[in-house]
Design a protein around this ligand. Structure first.
Ligand SMILES: Cc1cc2nc3c(=O)[nH]c(=O)nc-3n(C[C@H](O)[C@H](O)[C@H](O)COP(=O)(O)OP(=O)(O)OC[C@H]3O[C@@H](n4cnc5c(N)ncnc54)[C@H](O)[C@@H]3O)c2cc1C
Ligand SMILES: Cc1cc2nc3c(=O)[nH]c(=O)nc-3n(C[C@H](O)[C@H](O)[C@H](O)COP(=O)(O)O)c2cc1C
Ligand code: SF4
Length: 676
């Protein structure tokens, strides 16, 4: 069989060691690092990825000292005892013939802990705490802590370390004048500001010897004012190489930057051309990162010479077997990361365990396993949305005889609607994955079949995953012909006028506004923005002429005037994802969407929508009013089955109709089927 991805799967010789391919599993802090029993779970998590064929794993960030932890009590490596805990991880990865580096991450002024330190006492816009300015001796002590941490990592069995110099953390804060106002040898001139990372790498190399991997994560595009120029990035990269780095990984955007860098609306492989420009000036292998989520994407990046390796972080939450599947020409079986951040980065920042919306086993490898069923049962699953698809495929994988009923002509449920929203085209990948899983696991799929209670009586067990019905709010005039439901717009493609009011600013209201304010033919199945459109809209200068890669954002043309309303007086969109809500709000602002909170809906008539905000009455003269006012569980069938004798389970939206909750739907479907 010909090699499917020759560049991606080619080994990489580092001189003293060889990586089996060009795929690096990017660093992800999972919060297991601080969890009771977390190290055993991390060992299982990483071992599964090593078994899955990845060339090199980088752990989530571990602090070199207490003050450098992202949160109070964040995992650190400062003593032999702390290092010893990591043995379980390194042994497990090596037992699977894998290689693993530990990331050393010092948060500096981003630390959510009261002892935070930084080059200068300047508060970060995303942190309520102001850091203490380090004196010269204390800077030296911080370097010593990096060296101690790297040495301990070596003793713990790691193959190397990654020194985190990107995303606006401690090292990055020294490099740029935005956060470094010092006048001693660690500040002032650019040469002084880059002294810290160079000294860290130099002294770490001295301490660990030549046969230990040192990756340095270089901030190649700060995307904040007063960040580095491209020339400065290159000067630093060369100096880091000289100081002893084995590999340079490239990072994009400080956490306080107002440009999305990893969300689903970021085009695939958006930033690899910039890595290519960095690579031209360096001799060590260079890694590129962000939104590379399928083997073909990684292959193209490497074949075009943009980088020597690709980093994929979240794709390894979504599928531990990514590399093996690519190598065996089974890329169509890959469970693709859709960039939603809902179960990974959102969880990290909510201090919950990281997992994955499309793969609930991620970081749960020791407790959620799909073992062969003790006895083979006949199982009916009703509804082929995400909940039903997860339940049907897991039950069939375990050996049950599964029939999946779907009223529609295709599988996917609401994901068929979600994938049409600009920036959500990736949702199609989940449907492709499940379609293939249904084939592989041998589920009998009955499309265009609305199951009734009578159809289900003969099964051993029935899983009801019938989803939701949109809620219709009791507003006088709701029957006016101006009124449409979001399904009328997104599914049935009814014509929509130029002036629109959307009632309900939850996730679906936001998505509907996004859909209606995009140019082009909305009847297309997929609407994905091009890289250039994305960079223009968000003000990213990929010509790298401007400092930090920022440029003036271009105005966005929009075909409609949209007003988005909610009853609650709180910030519009407050319920959206922790790490993505700001992106959705900003995107709609780019499209001049008016947002009104605290609205009560008085009536709808031929003039438009009459609302009251506080004491004031307003008439919104609009052509259409689109209702996005929540959902009700569709439980008719479940209730009908209650009278019979068959064992029935209820999952997904049909169990609890929370908007935008595929995470719960897939998790619930998978967990039920793991036990059934
Ligand atoms: C525009 C939009 C954007 C979204 N974006 C996101 C997002 O970014 N993140 C997120 O987590 N979620 C998102 N969602 C929500 C997500 O799609 C739902 O949470 C998820 O689909 C719920 O899954 P489910 O399987 O419970 O139900 P559904 O997806 O509603 O599927 C239920 C299925 O059951 C079928 N059915 C019903 N009755 C019968 C019957 N009697 N016989 C046979 N079949 C039947 C229906 O035809 C349907 O296919 C979005 C939804 C929309 C509409
Ligand atoms: C849950 C989560 C935790 C992360 N933690 C870290 C971290 O500790 N250190 C780091 O350098 N990057 C971290 N990142 C960023 C990733 O390394 C990577 O740059 C980003 O996810 C984009 O790559 P991807 O599209 O391949 O996921 C994290 C990302 C996620 C989703
Ligand atoms: S939760 Fe979403 S973004 Fe995170 S790994 Fe899974 S699919 Fe990717």
């Amino acid at each position: 069989m010909s090699q499917a991805y020759p560049h991606l799967l080619a080994p990489l010789d580092l001189g003293f060691t060889t990586l089996k391919n060009r795929v690096l599993m990017g660093s992800m802090h999972t919060n297991l690092e601080e969890h009771a029993g977390g190290f055993s779970r991390l060992a299982a998590f990483y071992a599964e990825r090593a078994r899955g064929g990845v060339g090199l794993i980088v752990t989530g960030g571990i602090a070199p000292n207490e003050e450098g932890g992202v949160f109070m009590g964040s995992a650190k490596m400062t003593t032999a005892e702390e290092a010893q805990q990591h043995r379980e991880i390194t042994d497990a990865v090596h037992a699977e013939d894998g290689k693993i580096c530990m990331q050393i991450l010092h948060a500096g002024r981003y630390a959510y802990n009261q002892n935070l330190v930084a080059p200068s006492a300047i508060q970060a816009p995303i942190n309520p705490f102001t850091p203490k300015e380090l004196n010269g001796e204390e800077v030296e002590a911080q370097i010593d802590d990096y060296v101690r941490c790297a040495t301990l990592a070596r003793e713990a069995g790691y193959d190397g370390v990654e020194i985190m110099g990107s995303e606006g953390y401690f090292i990055n804060q020294f490099i740029v004048s935005r956060t470094n106002k010092r006048t001693d040898e660690w500040g002032g001139s650019f040469e002084n500001r880059i002294r810290l990372p160079i000294e860290i790498v130099r002294r770490v190399r001295e301490a660990v010897g030549p046969d230990f991997i040192i990756i340095y994560r270089l901030s190649m595009l700060d995307l904040v004012e007063d960040g580095s120029t491209f020339e400065e990035v290159i000067t630093l990269g060369k100096a880091i190489e000289e100081a002893g780095a084995t590999i340079i990984n490239t990072g994009i955007g400080w956490h306080e930057a107002r440009v999305p860098t990893i969300a689903t609306s970021v085009p695939r492989a958006a930033f690899t051309e910039i890595t290519a420009k960095v690579k031209q000036h360096l001799t060590v292998p260079v890694v590129t990162s962000n939104r590379i989520n399928m083997p073909a994407v990684g292959e193209e990046v490497l074949a075009s010479g943009h980088a020597d390796m690709v980093s994929m972080a979240r794709p390894f939450l979504a599928d531990a077997e990514f590399v093996n599947k690519a190598a065996q020409n089974r890329a169509d079986e890959i469970n693709t990361c859709i960039g939603c951040n809902q179960a990974c980065l959102d969880h990290t920042f909510e201090l919950k365990l990281t997992s994955c919306l499309v793969n609930p086993r991620a970081c749960h490898e020791t407790e959620l396993n799909y073992q062969p069923a003790a006895a083979r049962k006949t199982i009916a699953v009703v509804g082929a949305g995400p909940a039903g698809l997860a339940a049907a495929t897991v039950a069939a994988e375990r050996g049950h005889k599964v029939t999946l009923f779907e009223a529609d002509g295709k599988i996917g449920g609401q994901f068929n609607i979600a994938k049409q929203i600009p920036g959500k085209a990736e949702f199609e990948e989940t449907l492709r994955y499940f379609k293939r899983r249904l084939e592989i696991t041998g589920v009998t799929v009955k499309l265009n079949t609305r199951a009734s209670a009578a159809d289900l009586e003969a099964f051993d067990e029935v899983v009801i995953a019938t989803g939701i019905e949109p809620r219709t709010p009791p507003i006088p005039g709701i029957e006016n012909e101006k009124v449409l439901s979001y399904l009328d717009v997104l599914k049935h493609k009814k014509p929509v006028g130029k002036r629109v009011a959307i009632i309900g600013a939850g996730g679906i209201g936001f998505d509907t506004a996004e859909y209606l304010t995009h140019e082009g033919d909305n009847s297309q199945e997929l609407i994905a923005s091009s890289k250039q459109e994305f960079f223009d809209e968000w003000g990213v200068d990929i010509q790298l002429e401007n400092r930090a890669g920022l440029k003036k954002a271009a105005p966005v043309a929009t075909p409609r005037q949209v007003t988005l309303l909610q009853r609650k007086a709180s910030k519009v969109g407050a319920g959206l994802g922790k790490t993505t809500g700001w992106i959705h709000r900003t995107s709609l602002k780019h499209r001049d969407v008016q947002m009104i909170a605290g609205a009560s809906y008085e009536k709808i008539d031929d003039q438009g929508l009459h609302i009251r905000v506080g004491d004031e009455q307003h008439l919104l003269e609009v052509d259409n009013i689109v209702i996005c006012a929540g959902q009700e569980p569709a439980r008719e069938l479940y209730e009908a089955l209650q009278a019979g004798s068959v064992k029935v389970h209820l999952i997904g939206g049909a169990d609890e109709a929370a908007e935008l909750d595929a995470k719960r739907a897939i998790d619930q479907g998978s967990r039920l089927a793991a036990e059934i």
